[in-house]
Design a protein around this ligand. Sequence first.
Ligand code: BGC
Length: 741
Amino acid sequence: MTNPTPEEVVGSLSLEQKAGLTSGADFWTSQEAPGVPSIMLTDGPHGVRKQQGGSDHLGLNASVPATCFPPAVALGSSFDAELLGRVGVALGEEARAESVGVLLGPGVNIKRSPLCGRNFEYLSEDPILSGVLGAALVNGLQSQGVGASVKHFAANNQETDRMRISADIDERPLREIYLRSFQRVVQDAAPWTVMCSYNRINGVFASQDPWLLTSVLREEWGYQGLVVSDWGAVVDRVASLTAGLDLEMPSSGGRTDAELVAAVGAGTLSETVLDTAAVRVVDMVQKAVAGADSSATYDAAAHHALAREAAAASMVLLKNDGVLPLSPDSSVAVIGHVAQAPRYQGAGSSQINPTRLDNALDEIRALSTLEVPFAAGYSEDGSSTPEQTAEAVAAASAAGTVLLFLGVPAAQESEGFDRDHLELPAQQLELLEAVLAVNARTVVVLSNGGVVRLSAFAERVPAILEGWLLGQAGGGATAQVLYGVVNPAGRLAETIPVRLEDTPAYGNFPGEHGHVRYGEGLLVGYRWYDARDMPVSFPFGHGLSYTTFEYSDMSAVADDAGITVSLTVTNTGGRDGADVVQVYTGLSDSSVARAPQELKGFAKVHLAVGASSSVVVQVRREDLAYWDTRISAWTVEGGPYTVSVGASSRDIRAEASVEVAGDEIRVPLSVDSTIGEVMAHPVAGPMIMAAVGGDGSGGILGDPSMLKMLESAPIGRMMGFPGSGVEPEQLAQLLAAANAE
Ligand code: BGC
């Protein structure tokens, strides 16, 4: 006997049962109904946070042990979709073993400001990178019969006032930057669920925005899955359901279910809208049931090893004058509290209870053949005492090389609030100065969820290793990278600015009185620094290796599918390693505002010493498109695109110009169209210009110098002038005829 379809199941339910299905039973489970079991949806994103005792969404109560993979801030820097796919598979195995039907992640919000308290949960400042990596993770996770929940849809780019703030964004940046990462994940990976955000967008709560949840998500992008609320995001349940939000979480204890029932009774909510949402819930539950396996287990040791591999792949070697890698017999001292007590994930709903926890100090000691002295230097909260400093200085002066671990204290970085500066704690910076004064060979190793200002010391230290928050196996990964067991290959998924005042959202973050204006428009992240030709400490895409790579034979060919970029990459150094080839495009004489260059594709290439590989990066034609606000459509502008291949956004190694055919668009003409726009119109231009003498035959526009001056005037206004020779009715007819052509 075949299982009933979701429609059949819903068809057999009462109004009350249908209303119940579209909200949670408690904190983490959906409600049951006849023929519909309850399933668990839980955080997420970089591990399974299944709470056993008391439930809360702020990470306060303990959850079952699970592998704490590197949070998104690290995974984003891997630039490695294949790796994220494997992490997704492992997350799926663990979720299934814990009978979790939907894992709440990944987060693909754009890092608009480095101050966002939750940047550790997001992948990048770039939408293509976020989208490609997010889709890879979702595909891996869902291959295990466990659903993803891509979040937080949309424009949740700050924590300040996150449950009320209106993100006021022009449509182009909204489409081209903030929604693009979601669009990529939805279209490439079909996540079972999309989680709406708490905030408003241009005044409307995401949880009840029909434009966002239905017009864009479903009608434009073709999304077939379910929309779930962020926990507590529903303001008005009837409005939410009508707008396209299918499942309210967590439970409202039946209160809002009753509102739905009453609204159907009162005729203010159509029962078919409720049926549609209930069908989507049943569909999600059926998929989860089909994927469930009560006997499933996972290999915790193998997952720890994967967590370490991912952590090592995510570290970014920002600077190295040759002091790294260390050899096993190097004399080193380790300084810094976090070397022994790692900060490996951020605070809030994503806190995983790890199955194991490595620390860098033990792992360094395991790789070294010498004694490795250690001094904490500062305490957990970042403060330090004179005794701690003296102990650190003594250890530093006796060592060949100092490994100085610095970072943002846990209390300064969390879901729920933003940072108000980019500085490392003052005591840590003082410690750095004291250590540097006695030992110039001081390697700085960083632990931080959002970027910190490095310009105070970057030029004065021989090496900096950006370790982000690396998950439970980060300690081992850090030791492996420092000793060259793993050749670093991470790249910055976000710019490290010289100072906070340089950042794109500065002055427009976090807003006030319920509104935050995205005044930087399209110029988010590297787009901003490039457009202004500003110095940065370390650019987007940057990351060093212990070997060197050379690019040759680059070519770029445009066709209907986009641009195919090919090149040869050769490992020309002395170690095996991986490189990230980055492809940027630009269109300098564009008719619309654009960043000078934008990432459109990338590939991670693993190469043995001396080996070469041909690399092909496919730039999708749709990724070349801008959102044309005149016709409300994605549009590829034709022209000679610059295709740049680089090892970072500021280390472009090869360039080509390729002619891309534009989309043919017709912007309907009206009396508000300017004379210039009318003239540019292939059909209307000649017709109308002939009628008003603009073809040189006399009349108001007959004089070329007049014409130039009047180009920006609306044609309707000009035709009202004495002597134009054209009556309003005649103009209306001409415009209608032109538009009909
Ligand atoms: C967070 C979500 C999370 C949910 C459940 C919310 O506060 O914004 O990311 O999935 O809680 O814990």
